[in-house]
Design a protein around this ligand. Sequence first.
Ligand SMILES: CC(C)(COP(=O)(O)OP(=O)(O)OC[C@H]1O[C@@H](n2cnc3c(N)ncnc32)[C@H](O)[C@@H]1OP(=O)(O)O)[C@@H](O)C(=O)NCCC(=O)NCCS
Ligand SMILES: CC(=O)OP(=O)(O)O
Length: 343
Amino acid sequence: MKFIDQLKEKAKQNKKTIVLPETSDMRTIEAAGKVLAEGIANIILVGDKEDIMSRAGDIDLSGASFVDPKNYEKFDEYVDAFVEMRRKKGMTEARAKELLLTNPLYFGCMMVKQDDADGMVAGAINASADVLRAALQTLKTAPGTRIVSAFFLVVVPDCQYGANGTFVFADAGLNQSPSASELADIAEQSAKSFELLVDETPVVAMLSHSTKGSAKHPDVDKVIEATEIVNAEFPDLLCDGELQSDAALVPEVAASKAPGSKVAGHANVLVFPDLDAANIGYKLVQRLAKADAYGPVTQGIAKPVNDLSRGCVADDIVGVVAITAIQAQAQEDGRMKVTPKER
Ligand SMILES: CC(C)(COP(=O)(O)OP(=O)(O)OC[C@H]1O[C@@H](n2cnc3c(N)ncnc32)[C@H](O)[C@@H]1OP(=O)(O)O)[C@@H](O)C(=O)NCCC(=O)NCCS
Ligand SMILES: CC(=O)OP(=O)(O)O
């Protein structure tokens, strides 16, 4: 079975309700049809039902729910809740009304916040910053979480590295210049996400342009410090750094560059030193190695809201919907809990 089909099967076991706010986008409509046809999740489409149905053509959306902010019976409830939570940030009733009427990202996040949906997926037509800001402002971090971060689940065809070519790439979507402490949090979160989605032991490489002292630079020092934090706080987690990506992935290179490392040559969770490296890296692998790349999937938000690349195709959206449903169930079960140590 293809890896993505395993994720879909997992999602089907506990059918969740996922809201898709970007209904002016045909890939989103196509994805909604596929999710419904395959029984992966229940779908809420935000917008005018007639308009969406007319654009859907042959795509069967008969199983979807449609919610139009303009005439939704809970609209005023959402406005009140939004004002209440953002009052200290200067939110007024008029501004909240306007935002929830005109910006489907905020409306979708409020559906999740108010428990009318289990998760949201967007980002096919909106920039990541806009999707993530709406989620962070409304849903906030999960208890005990210091930072929210984002990863891609990358599935490389015909690849013997990682978990049969499956990897987590982090943080490829959110934190632009993480500190050593933030990188350590990203590593812990990413290991948990890998375990949840791939069902294999995470092997975490803290990536750098240096392997075990081969280069000296403050950027390298940051990765070394992050690795030390992870190893001190999570001694059971297989994590090593600083490693170049060839040393992280290829056993023969690992043997010469990082002899004795339990991680080098076997990594399946790749923690990049910053967003530039991670975002550029995942797109290169996606486009040059023809990998599937699902995400950016967030980790650490109180309830799952996941992003997409504007370059996505409908099947990417379907995959992220399945991942969102799995995360929602895991959060409900308390499987994603973190207990951060004081630093
Ligand atoms: C996500 C992002 C927009 C947040 O930016 P920001 O300037 O902190 O945005 P805001 O100030 O509006 O923050 C919104 C809220 O999120 C919180 N927040 C921001 N980053 C956070 C993080 N990593 N973890 C937890 N909360 C965070 C802020 O504290 C703020 O909370 P508040 O409004 O309740 O006080 C910004 O980090 C970003 O643009 N990241 C890069 C996204 C991107 O372009 N990715 C590349 C393509 S995938
Ligand atoms: C994740 C990402 O890079 O998003 P976009 O391609 O939309 O900028």
